[in-house]
Design a binder for this molecule. Structure first.
Ligand code: PLP
Length: 452
C-alpha cells in the first residue's frame, strides 16, 4: 500500500478502508466471498501487462508462452475439478461467459450448418446477400430462461439485457404457492415455445435444481441446455451437489463466475461437452478480446485450491450454515421464500416486518450487516424497492462461522428488522426507501458481531 500511496494516496486510503469494512461487517451478500491471499497476490503480477488474444498455442501476439502455461493450467484444473471434457478460462466475468456460451450455441447450431450448406469454410467467404440471411437467422432464435423475479439472472433472457434482445425470449417462473420450480410447467413452456436454448441456473433461488430433468426437457424439444452455475459452482466443486444436481454432465455448456461460492478471482469460466468445444474455443475473437492473463493465473490458483479436500469441507459448511440461518429465521417467525433453503442462499421476505427490501437493506447496513435487497416472486414492490433480502453463507463460512454463529446472525437480523419502522416521504405519504432504526440497535448489533 505504501507503493500505491506514493502515487495516489486516496486509492491506498480507500483500499485500507475497504479492508476494514469487509472485516468489520457481517458480509452476507450471496455472491461475495473472501479469496485467499494466494489468489489475490496472483492477480497483482506482470501477467497484467501481457496481450494474448487467441487460444492456447495460437495467439495473435508473440511471446505468449507463459500465458499459454497459465491458461492451460486453469483449463486443466477446471476439467479435473468438474469432470468436464473441455474448459475455457478466458471470460472476464460471468456476463462475458454467458455471452460466449450464447454465441457458441449460435455458431454450433446455426452458423456451422449454414456454412456447410453454402459450401463455405467461414463467414468471410459468404456473399453479402448470404451474410445478411445468416444475420437474420441469428436474430431469429429463441431462448427460454428463468425470470428475474423467480431468481433467474439478467442474462437469462431479461428484456433489458442483451440476452433478451438478441433472442426471442420467454421466461419460466416458480410455483406461486410454493416458490419452487415446477418442471412440468417448464416442460409445457418449452414444448410450446420450442427454444434453441434452454437456460437453467439462478442468482436468487434458494433451492437445488434437477439438471437431469432439465436436460430431458431440452432433449424433448431439441434445445441446447445451457446451465449458469455462477452462484453455486462452489457447491458443485465441493461435491455437495452430485448426481442429478451436478449440472456439468447434463448441460451442453456450463458457465460460471469464479468469484462467488467458488472463491476465486473475479472472472468467468466455461465448461463444455466435446461437440461444443471448438465453438466455445472461439470465444476470442467471437465475443472477447485479449484475456486477463493475471486473472487466468489466479483462476488456476483458485481451482487448485478447490481441488483440495478442505474445499469440500468448506462447501458442506456453506450448505449446512445456510440451513442453520434459515432455521434461525423460521424459529423466530420470519417468512422465507420456498420456506427454507438447500443451497447457499436464504431469501427473506421482509413484508411480514412491514418493510420493503430497500428499507430492510439500509437498516441492516446501519447495523453492519451487509446484504442486498432482492425481488420475491410476483413482488408487489417491483425490482427497485423489492420485498426481499437475499442472504448467502459463503463469505462468513470462509471466515470460519459455523451453525451457531449463523443462528446468532439470524437473531441479530430479526432484531434489526423488528426495530425498524418505515419512514415518511417528504410529501407526507409513506416512502418505500425511508426508515427509522430504533435507538441503540445498530450499536448493539455491531458489538454482538464483533464478538463472533
Ligand atoms: N450469472 C449469474 C447466475 C449471476 O448471479 C451473475 C452475477 O451476479 C452473473 C452471471 C454475472 O456475473 P458478473 O457480475 O461476473 O458478470
Amino acid at each position: 500500500l505504501e507503493v500505491i500511496a506514493s502515487v495516489e494516496p486516496r486509492i491506498a486510503d480507500a483500499t485500507r478502508k475497504e479492508l476494514a469494512d469487509q472485516r468489520g461487517s457481517l458480509k452476507l451478500i450471496a455472491s461475495e466471498n473472501y479469496a485467499s491471499p494466494a489468489v489475490l497476490l496472483t492477480m497483482g503480477t506482470w501477467f497484467s501487462d501481457k496481450y494474448a488474444e487467441g487460444t492456447i498455442g495460437h495467439r495473435f501476439y508473440a511471446g505468449c508462452q507463459n500465458v499459454d502455461t497459465v491458461e492451460a493450467l486453469a483449463a486443466e484444473h477446471a476439467r479435473e475439478l468438474f469432470g468436464a471434457p473441455y474448459a475455457y478460462a478466458q471470460p472476464h466475468s460471468g456476463i462475458d461467459a454467458n455471452l460466449v456460451a450464447y454465441w457458441s450455441i449460435l455458431a454450433h447450431r446455426i452458423e456451422s450448418p449454414w456454412l456447410e450448406k453454402a459450401g463455405s469454410k467461414n463467414v468471410n467467404e459468404l456473399s453479402d446477400a448470404d451474410w445478411e440471411r445468416l444475420r437474420h437467422e441469428f436474430g431469429n432464435q429463441r431462448l427460454l430462461g428463468m425470470s428475474l423475479d423467480s431468481g433467474g439472472h439478467l442474462t437469462h433472457g431479461f428484456r433489458p439485457n442483451i440476452s433478451g434482445k438478441m433472442f426471442h425470449q420467454q421466461q419460466y417462473g416458480t410455483d406461486p404457492e410454493t416458490g419452487l420450480l415446477d418442471y412440468d410447467v417448464v416442460r409445457a413452456k418449452a414444448k410450446e415455445f420450442k427454444p434453441l436454448v434452454l437456460v437453467a441456473g439462478y442468482s436468487a433461488y434458494p433451492r437445488r435444481v434437477n439438471f437431469a430433468k432439465m436436460r430431458e426437457i431440452a432433449d424433448e424439444v431439441g434445445a441446447t441446455l445451457f446451465v449458469d452455475m455462477a452462484h453455486f459452482a462452489g457447491l458443485v466443486a465441493g461435491k455437495v451437489f452430485t448426481g442429478d444436481e451436478d449440472p456439468v454432465p447434463y448441460a451442453h455448456i456450463t458457465a460460471t463466475t469464479t468469484h462467488k461460492s467458488l472463491r476465486g478471482p473475479r472472472g468467468g469460466l466455461l465448461l463444455a461437452q466435446e461437440e461444443y468445444a471448438s465453438s466455445v474455443d472461439r470465444g476470442c475473437p467471437m465475443v472477447l478480446g485479449g484475456p486477463l492473463s493475471h486473472v487466468m493465473a489466479a483462476k488456476a490458483v483458485a481451482l487448485a485450491e478447490a481441488r483440495r479436500p478442505e474445499f469440500q469441507t468448506y462447501s458442506q459448511n456453506v450448505a449446512d450454515n445456510a440451513k442453520s440461518l434459515a432455521e434461525g429465521f423460521l424459529s423466530r417467525g420470519a417468512k422465507l421464500v420456498t420456506g427454507g433453503t438447500d443451497n447457499h442462499i436464504v431469501l427473506l421476505d421482509v413484508t411480514s416486518f412491514g418493510l420493503t427490501g430497500r428499507q430492510a437493506e439500509s437498516a441492516l447496513l446501519d447495523a453492519g450487516v451487509v446484504t442486498n435487497r432482492n425481488s420475491v416472486p410476483a413482488d408487489p414492490n417491483g425490482a427497485w424497492y423489492t420485498s426481499g433480502i437475499r442472504l448467502g453463507t459463503p463469505a462468513l463460512t470462509t471466515r470460519g462461522f459455523g451453525k451457531d454463529e449463523f443462528d446468532r446472525v439470524a437473531e441479530l437480523i430479526v432484531h434489526v428488522l423488528q426495530n425498524t419502522q418505515p419512514g415518511s416521504a417528504k410529501a407526507g405519504g409513506p416512502s418505500k426507501a425511508t426508515y427509522a432504526l430504533g435507538d441503540g440497535v445498530a450499536d448493539k448489533v455491531k458489538d454482538a458481531s464483533a464478538e463472533m
